[in-house]
Write a protein that binds this ligand. Sequence first.
Ligand SMILES: C[S@@+](CC[C@H](N)C(=O)[O-])C[C@H]1O[C@@H](n2cnc3c(N)ncnc32)[C@H](O)[C@@H]1O
Ligand SMILES: [Zn+2]
Length: 283
Amino acid sequence: MPSNETTVTCPVCELPLYFKDESRKTLVCDSDHRFDAAKQGYFNFLTGKGTNFLEDTSAMVQARDAFQSRGHYAPLANKIAEIVRGHQESSSLDLLDAGAGTGYYLNRILGTSTATNHDALALDISRYAMRRAAKLPHTLALVWDVWRRLPSADASRDVVLNCFAPHNPAEFRRVLRDHGLCIVVTGEPDHLNEVIEPLDMLSVADGKLASLVEKFDANDFQLKHTEQLTYQMDLNTEDLYNLAFMGPAGHHLQPEELRNKVQYLGEQRVTASFGVHVFIPKA
Ligand SMILES: C[S@@+](CC[C@H](N)C(=O)[O-])C[C@H]1O[C@@H](n2cnc3c(N)ncnc32)[C@H](O)[C@@H]1O
Ligand SMILES: [Zn+2]
């Protein structure tokens, strides 16, 4: 791909966007819509649009980064990367991570894939998350709401990843190639069950598999397979603090109160339990 081309489409008129010049700091389309990179390298496509969703705050994203960098979710990252490698058919791999957060899982896929060309889009409503994702190799980080039309052309992705984030199966299907994979990760009912109540966390368990499958089935997807990944994590008080703060409860938890609670609890053995659901387009 020539260096000024991208695989991103304009959120206003849907024409392809390309970099205005070598600095890669401005995206433009042929209708002259223009988007300048923030100084941290991400592009905010939601400017002026407003949105009903609360973005993850800087403190929440920092907590997620700190927790993930301690490796507690590495088995999940490895599982996702293994699924992608097992499916990889060509030398190029075009990815889209919807609700990417810091891009932790995307990074693992990019770091372990055997493809020689990579193109990744990380989408998230949080500017703070996209600041971090913008540092990943081969990745354009875009502030965007996954409930809207995704800024990617029809059939432009080999893999759509969607971990603990809102699902938009109609759009996932539109941007996915016919041979592609959509990997959806949800929390199982026993995920973090030892600490949800003592730390005032909100459960991330995402309803029943049947209703997830129904939503995807209605949008031309079939479930290829689903795997449950369950293991125990030994968490110190800092990990517990970050775990509580990085989740949806981070919007309302008071840091001081949370510090006291984790000190009182002390080190804990906590269950991690994920459902990894692999959807493919119907034949
Ligand atoms: C629980 S975090 C998961 C992040 C990442 N996938 C991970 O597992 O590390 C959920 C993410 O979804 C993002 N999010 C929530 N609503 C969104 C929306 N409507 N559009 C895009 N991102 C959204 C949040 O900002 C947050 O980064
Ligand atoms: Zn445009």
